[in-house]
Design a protein around this ligand. Structure first.
Ligand SMILES: [Mn+2]
Length: 251
């Protein structure tokens, strides 16, 4: 399973590397052209950070939303740390909305971002989210399900939502300070305990660039995948050969 994901990731990233300067919206169309447009045979999960890079973010977000609307059971979006007000103010998406549309459009996007799932479970075994794991070993999938993201809206400086959007893995056991100054780093023992406690095979996350496009760490239990420029990671599950159940956490 992990190998299959890896292969698909590599195939897609190989392409995006050669074309990342074209612009993210056209990269997205090219991904669909190469790998198959969303259909019964091609399910997609985009793992956050859709906006803020380049000047085509509104088009990207609207296309992703349109596909979600068209194919609610076969097209999935997780929130990234860039789908937040603070980041949009600093990295350009708010300005893009104002330049192309108006303030109200940014507010509508902001509200829609706060409604995006923070994680998706694939087949009950693969916990997929943008950032990573938690400061507290007792955090469970049920705690995540109980999180009311519609009330909270923005991640703030601490807590489950912030950690899910911001944390990174580290090779050393235990936890360490974040190199970003936001969140923390979690070691292989943290990942192992979380997976065992919650009956998971692995954590799939994005949020960082890996030179080979993706990397499997923490004894195979933590997979970081990226998509250059915009999509830190996406992968494709093909119903012709495998069937996966997606369930959204914190729905
Ligand atoms: Mn990120």
């Amino acid at each position: 399973m992990v190998g299959r994901l890896g292969l698909l990731l590599f195939r897609s990233i190989f392409f995006s590397r050669a074309n990342y300067w074209i612009g993210q919206f056209f990269d997205l169309l090219e991904i669909f052209r190469l790998n198959g447009f969303p259909s019964d045979a091609h399910h997609y999960l985009f793992n956050g950070d859709f906006v803020d890079r380049g000047s085509w973010s509104t088009e990207v977000a609207l296309l992703l939303y349109a596909y979600k609307w068209l194919r609610p059971d076969g097209f999935f979006l997780n929130r990234g740390n860039h789908e937040t007000d603070d980041m949009n103010r600093a990295y350009g998406f708010e300005g893009e909305c104002r330049a192309k549309y108006n303030e109200r459009v940014f507010k509508l996007f902001s509200e829609s971002f706060s409604a995006l799932p923070l994680a998706t479970l694939i087949g009950d075994k693969f916990f997929t989210l943008h950032g990573g794991l938690f400061s507290d070993d007792n955090t469970s999938l049920d705690d995540i399900r109980k999180l009311n993201r519609h009330n909270q809206r923005q991640p703030g400086q601490e807590g489950l939502m912030m950690e899910m959007l911001w944390t990174d893995p580290q090779p050393l056991p235990g936890r360490g300070p974040s190199k970003r100054g936001v969140g923390l780093q979690f070691g292989p023992d943290v990942t192992k305990r979380f997976c065992e406690k919650n009956g998971l095979e692995a954590v799939i996350r994005s949020h960082e660039v890996r030179m080979e496009g993706y990397e499997v760490e923490h004894d195979g239990r933590c997979i970081t995948g990226i998509y250059f420029v915009l999509f830190y990671m996406f992968f494709i599950l093909d119903d012709d050969t495998n069937h996966f159940d997606f369930s959204l956490l914190c729905t």
